[in-house]
Design a protein around this ligand. Structure first.
Ligand code: ACO
Length: 359
């Protein structure tokens, strides 16, 4: 049975940054509150569709692997904030990267969507259904954000990243994973206003309200990720000292610190970039993986632990062994068009549109 090695990686962050000080101009909050409770200092706001960010990330990942779209058998697109419900995101990406004819599916498990997608693609490679796959984690949350709610507006950001998986006989890729879901707690994180339940109810699409019990989510996140990490380490027969780097979901610095403590891994071996991007949901883990590679923190053959949680409440942890190559074969010149408005201008425009529609 082949393994599914990670042979390419690429990320795409929209250029417009929304700082805590920007948010404090229209909500009753402060940089000090946001930084001390979450670790977040700024987040990106996308001026383009999610598909545009995913295309750039995918082209960079393909170049990194030394492949073209024609070499890809399967696209798995992990996201919760699709540009369209039908057709799916993966089918739209297919032609943009020249992968016509390949299998194309979306996975939606909120913030764990990339890692659930990694499991899906790995299983298909192991079973011989496909030989290669492109797995995306991407979100454009800003249009769905309730920019009047300080409980959630400070937490999230936009971004995308992708990895290429290829069948290999080498001991690489996902070694073990634990996937789970606290379905009985799904009401503690609900975005009201997206989906068929709200159609013909007199609600403007995008006029969302977030049902969000922060402290309950916090506890479930720590428990879910902590127990998943313990399960994976136990089954692998290894301890925290055997983990070279933890690349966790980036929702809140305090959650990351709790999970690292429970897994027994010191923070020096935990990758953190939540301060620059906030919670990009499905994009956080692959963006963090790309940045860890770019910074030389992933050594050849490194053992990585990747825990995550998301709406549902889904949770997971993946033990990944990286291959010998930790640098790109080639780079892509794919870029987003420049942003013509600042992040604050975009957010204030959405806020005004929602206010006008609800007036
Ligand atoms: N600015 C200022 N004050 C605020 C803000 C804000 N942005 N948000 C809330 N507050 C106030 C509250 O109103 C409350 O005031 P009160 O005491 O007068 O009632 C006070 O701050 C404390 O609120 P708490 O909710 O108790 O704050 P807490 O320390 O729990 O931090 C937070 C809140 C950051 C949301 C935390 O609970 C958390 O991180 N939870 C997990 C959330 C998370 O990670 N979500 C992402 C999951 S989604 C996903 O990954 C799919």
């Amino acid at each position: 049975m082949p393994n599914a090695g990670i042979t390419g990686w690429g990320r795409c962050l929209p250029p417009a940054a929304l700082t805590n000080a920007d948010i404090a101009t229209f909500l009753d909050t402060t940089d000090d509150w946001i930084t001390s409770r979450t670790g977040i200092r700024e987040r990106r706001i996308s001026h383009v569709l999610l598909q545009d960010m995913a295309e750039v990330a995918a082209k960079r990942a393909l170049a990194c692997a030394g492949l073209t779209g024609r070499d890809i058998d399967l696209i798995v697109f992990g996201s919760t904030t699709h540009d369209d419900q039908c057709p799916n995101m993966a089918s739209g990406l297919q032609a943009r990267i020249g992968a016509e004819g390949c299998a194309a599916m979306d996975v939606n498990t909120a913030c764990t969507s990339f890692l659930y997608g990694l499991s899906t693609a790995t299983a298909m490679i192991r079973s011989g259904v496909v030989r290669s796959a492109l797995v995306i984690g991407g979100e454009r949350i800003a249009p769905y954000m309730d920019w009047n709610d300080r409980n959630v507006a400070v937490l999230f950001g936009d971004g995308a990243a992708a990895v290429v998986l290829q069948a290999t006989e080498r001991d690489e890729g996902v070694q073990l994973e634990k996937l789970g879901c606290y379905g009985d707690a799904r009401e503690i994180l609900r975005i009201r206003g997206i989906g068929g339940a709200y159609v013909h109810q007199g609600r403007l699409l995008g006029a969302t309200e977030w049902q969000f019990e922060g402290q309950e989510i916090f506890k479930k996140a720590v428990n879910g990720m902590g127990s998943a990490c313990e399960d994976v380490l136990r089954r692998a027969g290894i301890g925290p000292d055997d983990i070279d780097l933890v690349i966790p979901h980036q929702a809140n610095l305090r959650i990351i610190e709790f999970v690292a403590k429970r897994a027994g891994v010191p923070m020096e071996r935990v990758f953190v970039n939540v301060q620059r991007y906030g919670n990009m949901s499905a994009a956080t883990v692959p963006v963090a993986l790309c940045e860890a590679l770019e910074q030389g923190l992933v050594k050849p053959g490194a053992k990585l632990l990747m825990p995550a949680f998301g709406g549902g409440l889904t949770f997971c942890a993946h033990l990944v062994r990286f291959g010998e190559r930790v640098t790109p074969i080639a780079t892509s010149d794919a870029e987003l068009p420049p942003a013509t408005h600042s992040a604050l201008e975009m957010v204030l425009a959405w806020r005004a549109a929602k206010g006008a529609a609800l007036a």
